[in-house]
Design a protein around this ligand. Structure first.
Ligand SMILES: [Cu+2]
Length: 366
């Protein structure tokens, strides 16, 4: 009995204390996938960099942004094994960074993170990584921790008629999630898209005191819709949760806003096929439709030069896209599987949002 209690206590302590390293005034917190690390599949490893000398009333410590950490993963016991290196990309939550390594086999690895805080001296921290073999990973796929529930009022929304949507995020272990980290100036980015990807909207429901989000919405047309919520439960990192909603006909079916007439957008890179399971830069160029020159009245939209959202044609695979730190329309995207993806680029020009649609083909390369 006593042994069981001690074990429980140890588990709880592990869950609440992620690995942490202190270097001078900085603190780096590691965030590993819930199912643990295993070989032969792309893993997502995240870490958070904070300045412990600058307390923040909301997040505890001030997040260190634009620190562009270099990462290196090697095996101290096997010095001949080529190390994996990657410049970490910034996640949506300020101070959070991520890498996507694929381990060739299981074993004891080491992660070194070299952080370059702007205007301060660089420092390096190390974490041991325990990687299971490939079969181990396949045996126990981790069940999703978070779930999105949508309550519509009226219950059966109709096209062309206003509906009130309540969104609630459930944590398998702790019930309703009430606290969120801000990503791109909002606690929730909601993508509403019809199953055939013909209708797309990007919304920011308001966070209510009870932890639910609220959105007054009017579906333009009838059909089956998917709602993708891009959010970060406090301290858990960015998550994408999805839910379905059927919209009946009736009312008047308003057409979606068409491509803006005053601006043209084109992809400048890459020009060839897109490889799957690799982080690739996607770069866009805007031109004023009349002058042919890049528009001079572009404004930041939610803190960045532009937003890019990507969905596979199955309307189920949402691609995580990270804006590049450069301030240009350059994004880092990862296509999880081969297929046709539709992308929506959004920018703000003279106070108004402009949305452009693109199609991408991701292929297996080898
Ligand atoms: Cu958004």
């Amino acid at each position: 009995m006593r042994a069981g209690l001690i074990l429980l206590f140890a588990c709880a302590a592990m869950a609440t204390n992620p690995p942490q390293r202190i270097a001078g005034s900085y603190q780096v917190t590691l965030r590993l996938p819930e199912g643990g690390l295993y070989a032969q599949e792309e893993m997502q490893i995240e870490f958070r960099v904070e300045d412990t000398t600058r307390p923040d009333p909301v997040t505890g410590f001030t997040a260190v942004v634009r620190a562009a950490p270099d990462t290196l993963i090697d095996m101290p016991a096997m010095p001949k094994m080529p190390p994996f290196t990657e410049v970490a990309h910034a996640e949506g939550v300020p101070g959070d960074y991520g890498i996507h390594p694929t381990f060739a086999h299981g074993g004891d690895f080491r992660l070194r993170v070299a952080v370059h805080p702007p205007g301060a001296e660089a420092f390096t921290v190390e974490f041991p990584l325990e990687v299971g073999d490939a079969a181990q990973g396949k045996r126990k796929p981790p069940p999703p921790r978070y779930r999105l529930d949508i309550i519509a009022d009226p219950k059966k929304p109709k096209a062309g008629q206003p509906v009130s949507l309540s969104l609630v995020v459930h944590d398998r272990d702790n019930g309703i999630v009430r606290q969120f980290d801000t990503m791109h100036e909002r606690p929730l980015h909601l993508v509403v898209v019809r199953r055939d990807l013909a209708h797309f909207r990007h919304e920011h429901p308001s966070l209510e005191a009870d932890g639910s989000f609220h959105l007054a919405y009017t579906f333009a047309a009838a059909g089956e819709y998917r709602l993708f919520a891009d959010l970060a439960p406090k301290g858990a990192g960015g998550q994408i949760l999805s839910a379905h909603l059927n919209v009946a006909g009736g009312g008047s079916e308003a057409p979606d806003a068409s491509e803006p007439a005053d601006t043209k957008a084109e992809i400048v890179a890459p020009t060839g096929p897109l490889p799957v399971r690799k982080t690739v830069p996607l770069e866009f160029l805007l031109r004023d439709a009349r002058s042919g020159e890049p528009p001079s009245d572009l404004e930041p939209y939610l803190g960045v030069a532009g937003h890019l959202m990507l969905l596979e044609e199955d309307a189920a695979t949402f691609v995580h896209v990270h804006p590049d730190d450069s301030g240009s329309l350059r994004f880092l995207a990862r296509f999880p599987k081969p297929g046709v993806y539709r992308g929506w680029l959004q920018v703000q020009r003279a106070g108004a949002i402009r949305t452009f649609e693109f199609v991408f083909h991701a292929e297996e390369t080898r």
